[in-house]
Design a protein around this ligand. Structure first.
Ligand SMILES: [Zn+2]
Ligand SMILES: [Zn+2]
Length: 367
């Protein structure tokens, strides 16, 4: 089969590999669509904490079951060859403290496809579903979500990133009437905006500077786009000043209830905390760059203002299921976020589209 293999940072090669076998107790998936994530770009550029080489990347996968263990079920029914499924990329142990409490993305033995085991930028994906990863009593798969036959597989590659946003917004308790600030209007910022709207946020401010992205966000979400990086750093101007001024004037100086970082360009420091209203929550969603987190936080004001700093990494299988059903029901309308499709032979175009950041999401689709 054809597969795109990352041999080391900056070296992504299309290779012919033997077709993987169906793992015992697991599934072999013929990939229909696999989206490029910001993390894939980061892995290509500089590697990643959880990545082992050489590796087939890709963790936002939709495919058709080629072969599957008889025991594996979804929605109480046995999954069969030929069915279309969306894949939760985690392989969790199913019996540790975190798994037991439903936070299986924090499983101590977590393996992630496209990180520790081969992912979806290939014709086939071998998905180990160890007996523990679905309930032994019910045989329900936590990793595979059955999809209706008529859907666009590419759209459902957004289930995983949407689920990560659900995780972030659950951590930050985004709810009715909240004023939410989103730093960054890429695919994740866009999904955060749609989700915050669905969760009843009162006002959504989104800071973005790329015109193509601003246009799409304005067209498809209710977020108010605010200026950012308007100052010229070289001339000693402060790039955040305008954004800060707008945020404080929009909220009568009160600040916002929730801040979600959807770009690594924003540091969490005291300055960021000053944009937060009493009772406000910040979710460190985008992975901070090494060396980016030594800013001092005033713990006294956190105490008096009852503020929370939280983080989110990945998503649980429950959040992944919820995301897939929101896309299916139209509760979240996100097809506009896909701005590029390419086949596996042109995967470099898909990566290029994502790293150039002119559009939003690119998806590698089967021909
Ligand atoms: Zn991702
Ligand atoms: Zn576990």
């Amino acid at each position: 089969m054809k597969a795109a293999v990352l041999k080391r940072p900056k070296n992504l090669a299309l290779m012919d590999l033997p077709r993987p076998r169906c793992p015992p107790g697991g599934a072999l998936i013929r990939v229909e669509a696999c989206a490029v994530c910001g993390t894939d770009i980061k892995m290509l550029d500089q590697g990643h904490r959880d990545l082992c080489y050489p590796r087939i990347l890709g963790h936002e996968v939709v495919g058709r079951i080629e072969e599957i263990d008889r025991k594996v079920q979804a929605d109480g029914r046995q999954l069969r060859a030929g069915e279309l499924v969306q894949v939760w990329p985690g392989i969790a142990c199913g019996h540790c403290h975190a798994c037991f409490r439903g936070a299986d993305n924090r499983c101590r033995d977590m393996k992630i496809i496209g990180f520790n085991i081969d992912g979806g930028f290939a014709e086939y994906l071998a998905l180990p579903l160890p007996a523990q990863s679905f309930s032994e009593h019910f045989g329900i798969s936590t990793a595979l979500n059955r999809l209706p036959e008529e859907v666009d597989p590419a759209l459902f590659t957004l289930a995983e990133p949407l689920a990560c946003c659900i995780n972030g917004q659950e951590q930050a308790r985004v709810g009715e009437g909240d004023t939410v600030l989103i730093w960054g209007g890429g695919p994740i910022g866009a999904l955060h905006a749609l989700l915050a709207e669905m969760r009843g946020a009162g006002e959504i401010l989104l800071a973005e500077r790329l015109p193509g992205r601003i246009r799409e966000i304005k067209r498809h979400t209710s977020a108010r786009v605010i200026g950012w990086f308007s100052g010229n750093r070289e001339e000693g101007q402060d790039p955040f000043e305008e954004a800060e001024r707008t945020i404080l004037s929009e909220t009568d100086g009160r600040g916002v209830d929730v801040i979600l970082t959807a770009t690594p360009e924003v540091k969490i420091d005291q300055r960021q905390m000053r944009l937060l209203a009493p009772g406000g929550r910040i979710c460190i969603f985008s992975g901070p760059q090494p060396g980016d987190y030594e800013g001092m936080i005033d713990l006294r004001s956190m105490h008096y203002l009852e503020q929370t700093i939280t983080g989110a990494y990945g998503c649980s299988s429950r959040q992944n299921r919820m995301a897939a059903s929101l896309l299916e029901s139209g509760g979240i309308r996100a097809n506009w976020i896909i701005t590029k499709r390419a086949d596996l032979a042109r995967i470099s175009d898909a990566f290029e589209h994502s790293s150039r950041r002119a559009g939003l999401k690119s998806v590698v689709c089967a021909v």
